[in-house]
Design a protein around this ligand. Sequence first.
Ligand code: PMP
Length: 411
Amino acid sequence: SKQEVLAMRKQYLSPALFHHFKDPVMTVDGSMQYLFDEKGRRYLDAFAGIVTVSVGHCHPEVNRAVIEQTQRLQHTTTIYLHNQVAEYAKELTDRMPGNLKVAYFVNSGSEANDMAMMMARLYTHNHDIITLRNAYHGLSEATMGLLGQHTWKCAVPQGAGVHHALNPNPYRGAWGNDGPRYAADVADLIQSATPGKVAAFIHETIQGVGGAVPLADGYLPTVYKMVREAGGVCIADEVQTGFGRTGSAYWGFENQGVVPDIVTLAKGIGNGLPLAAVVTTPEIAAVLAARLHFNTYGGNPVSCAAGRAVLRVIDQEGLQANCAAVGGHLVEELRRLQGKHDIIGDVRGRGLMEPAVAEVAQVFERCKDLGVLLGKGGLHGNAFRIKPPMCWTTADVDFLVAVLDQALSEL
Ligand code: PMP
């Protein structure tokens, strides 16, 4: 029973675990945009296992690919040859712009960002890394140093050589939506906190855990230029924004017209199977000579089969266009709610990546009671994170908005 699972979790699992909702939801089944609890109650999923179940829960095409591969071969590591990892690397890098043509597979976003930082340092022979305030790039020992949020920091030394620049937040930032003006802070950091040379600049294109904060217009082209002039490489963390979720582009960085030197991928890449990747240029990839790195599970055939199925489904079902259309409807409807409820400060995002700010705690619980599972985030936990499976329809948006409207009206 749910009570037994809760008790066992308390007894046998790390206290680091936390759950959403005072009375947590026990998830038993999933089907596309819906989750079902132990009593068979259906919820509309607006958070997709934290922006991860990209094409829908138990999507039949992903299921088929995973089952087929599971029945043939599950794991040998890359010391043997296998077609899945090779074909997947080609299919994935075919979707990348410029010279981003070499992939290395790992298992989580944190690992991918660890590796990106290491490659940047090896390639440039520099040490300093610039990240943004309000950033989230993972919780491994190294990526914890990149954190720009007090929420996840802990009392161990972190982030030697890491510097936090002002995040170009169009809603709350000092310079509004003027990206190049915020970039001056990066120039200042390079001058004042580094030897004048840097290894890398790492960024999300929409700060996800930080409350879906997009980067002000024109920010990335200006910063990329500064960082490259200081000898560094530019790392785009596409863990939340990749694979068409923003609707207007396949990769989030394309929305600002830049091409990074290293791209990190996780979450939606495998629809929930453990899969992550670092994609870079052949020149940068060359810093990892044979035996300089190894990853036991990375690129395992089952995860790669899932990754390939995700790419096919996004294309076949036109999910990027769906994100643009359904996401556009979502913004419109949330703006309508904003006009009605003073408590909503801002509606922002792209495609199916939108938050609404409110008295989150109460509304969050009430929406759950009414059948919608939202996410939340931001420095103060006061931003709703609406990042559903990309198969959401306009009817799902209308249901969410009706539920949100009711919950807000009850405040
Ligand atoms: N980068 C971003 C942008 C993320 O949102 C996350 C996870 N929330 C990570 C990296 C870390 O991914 P993982 O939890 O798979 O290590």
